[in-house]
Design a protein around this ligand. Structure first.
Ligand SMILES: Cc1cc2nc3c(=O)[nH]c(=O)nc-3n(C[C@H](O)[C@H](O)[C@H](O)COP(=O)(O)OP(=O)(O)OC[C@H]3O[C@@H](n4cnc5c(N)ncnc54)[C@H](O)[C@@H]3O)c2cc1C
Length: 471
């Protein structure tokens, strides 16, 4: 017997390894739907950069579905029943999302639909292990990465990717879809032009980036992943966030290309498990994005200062590695992981700004902005998170720069006004004499700012502040 199924696409904008779509296509005819939920997400509506990506990705998905994707904007709890009332739909399916607001909404919808006799089924599409599958022996959730990682590896191996549905039969209907442009996802200010140079949203682009990485970079991933001037990481984060490919596809493709050579495969796969850990924490501790995981930090004496925050956001702090990172973010919608850690530590520790201010800026500017990864990473750097970096470990941005960008190649790419400085001063121009700087076309506070804080004093101030909440 065949049936008609509404496939609700969310963070699974792909045809391959899409269990909900595969189930629907095998059951009969399909109505594929995407809804911009402007009701339940509240403050977790995607930021401007994410919306740019989403627009492009939906365009690509609609093409893959031969123009059959229906677009809506509003409350899914009203829109889906409304679609059902106009069609012969018997089933609604989706791949699971894990943001607390999505879980709440999905549970309500499931109950609502089941009450009126519509079958409703959710599938695993976005995580290698479901967060409820993994607990400590006493049944409580893990809070530390290493035992979590070990548990993952001991647990059953992730499911294999499901084959792409070769032919999808679309249900004939008279429903009217909004044109994609009317979802109003494209940002109103046009700072995003350069994004198209760097990124190709959509399933095809994701597959291309994955194969480039596997063929050229995975073997040296462990050596290169911390060097921001080198193309050493996969750049898959936004593709994974929007579900243009699944972690299962990436997990098994990495295994295949390295012929399961654990030493080659492990450092990269470990990062995929960090992603799992972030989602795991968000699932078990849903207040993670808003509240300090470690409640001691509720009494931390942040020193709110909008001028410092703006200087950081605009990449005008006078500390080259920080400014390069913040400008990379603005120009490309991405920032290298090592630099994310350095700029986050600088904001929270040297500038004493609340980690939530930094997370909010990242949320708006990152193409890969992801509630689980962003909140877990910010809390990790701030020291308030689960298994966090100890607060007293404060990155020195000059030393970090010298270690991971010794010739200043990365800094010069995003701070071209420092382009002729020799390596000795590229991370600390304020330590060179005015004459020396002038010979290299730099006038502090005119062509490039002086540091907005003294690194040594601000470090001590951060340690003192931490001392206040220590006992
Ligand atoms: C302050 C801060 C904020 C961050 N915000 C986000 C965010 O909003 N969205 C996001 O996807 N990542 C975030 N990260 C994690 C990490 O920086 C990015 O996932 C990574 O830089 C993406 O580049 P890549 O795809 O080349 O990573 P690769 O090194 O190739 O890693 C492969 C994949 O593993 C996952 N991953 C890698 N590192 C981490 C990590 N530390 N935590 C969780 N997952 C990880 C990502 O999905 C990534 O695509 C943040 C890190 C910091 C320090």
């Amino acid at each position: 017997m065949t049936s008609t199924t509404l496939v609700w696409f969310r963070q699974d904008l792909r045809l391959r390894d899409n269990p909900a779509l595969a189930h629907a296509a095998a059951s009969g005819s399909v109505i594929p739907v995407y809804i911009v939920d402007d009701t339940h997400a509240q403050q977790w509506q995607p930021g401007s950069a994410s919306n740019w990506w989403l627009h492009q990705s939906l365009c690509a998905l609609n093409e893959s579905l031969n123009g059959n994707l229906l677009f809506f904007k509003g409350d899914p709890l009203q829109i889906i029943p409304d679609i059902i009332s106009q069609t012969q739909i018997e089933q609604v399916v989706w791949n699971r999302c894990y943001e607390p607001w999505q879980i709440r909404r999905d549970k309500t919808l499931k109950a609502q639909l089941q009450n009126v006799g519509i079958q409703c089924q959710s599938f695993n599409g976005n995580l290698l292990w479901e967060p409820w599958q993994l607990t400590k022996q006493d049944g409580s959730p893990y809070k530390v990465f290493t035992p979590f990682y070990k548990k993952c590896l001991q647990h059953q191996t992730p499911r294999f990717p499901v084959p792409k549905s070769e032919s999808i039969q679309y249900y004939h209907h008279t429903l009217s879809s909004l044109p994609l442009a009317e979802l109003a996802l494209m940002p109103s200010i046009n700072w995003y032009q350069a994004f198209t140079k760097h990124w190709r949203p959509g399933e095809e682009g994701a597959g291309f980036i994955l194969s480039q990485f596997l063929n050229n970079n995975i073997a040296d991933y462990a050596n290169n992943r911390n060097i921001p001037s080198v193309n050493g990481t996969s750049c898959l984060s936004a593709h994974l966030h929007f579900g243009e490919l699944s972690p299962h596809q990436v997990w098994y493709a990495a295994e295949q290309i390295t012929a399961a050579d654990v030493e080659q495969c492990e450092p990269f796969r470990r990062q995929l498990v960090w992603r799992e850990f972030s989602y795991y924490l968000l699932y078990h501790f849903p207040s993670f994005p808003e509240k300090n995981f470690n409640a001691r930090f509720d009494h931390f004496p942040w020193s709110k200062d909008d001028n410092l925050l703006i200087a950081w956001q605009q990449g005008k702090t006078g500390i080259p590695i920080i400014d390069a990172g913040m400008r990379e973010l603005w120009q490309t919608g991405y920032m290298h992981n090592r630099v994310r850690m350095i700029v986050a530590s600088f904001l929270v520790k040297n500038l004493l700004q609340d980690w939530r201010e930094g997370a909010a800026w990242f949320w708006d500017c990152l193409l890969d902005a992801d509630l689980a990864n962003n909140s877990a990473s910010w809390q990790w750097v701030a020291g308030s998170g689960a298994d966090a970096a100890p607060y007293f470990r404060i990155f020195n941005p000059v030393l970090q720069g010298k270690k991971f960008d010794p010739d200043g190649e990365y800094v010069k790419r995003f701070c071209p006004e420092l382009g002729s400085l020799p390596s000795k001063y590229i991370h600390n121009p304020w330590e060179a004499s005015a004459d020396f700087l002038q010979q290299h076309h730099i006038l502090l506070d005119q062509t490039y700012p002086s540091p907005i804080v003294d690194l040594k004093q601000s470090r001590q101030r951060a340690l003192d502040a931490f001392h206040q909440i220590k006992q």
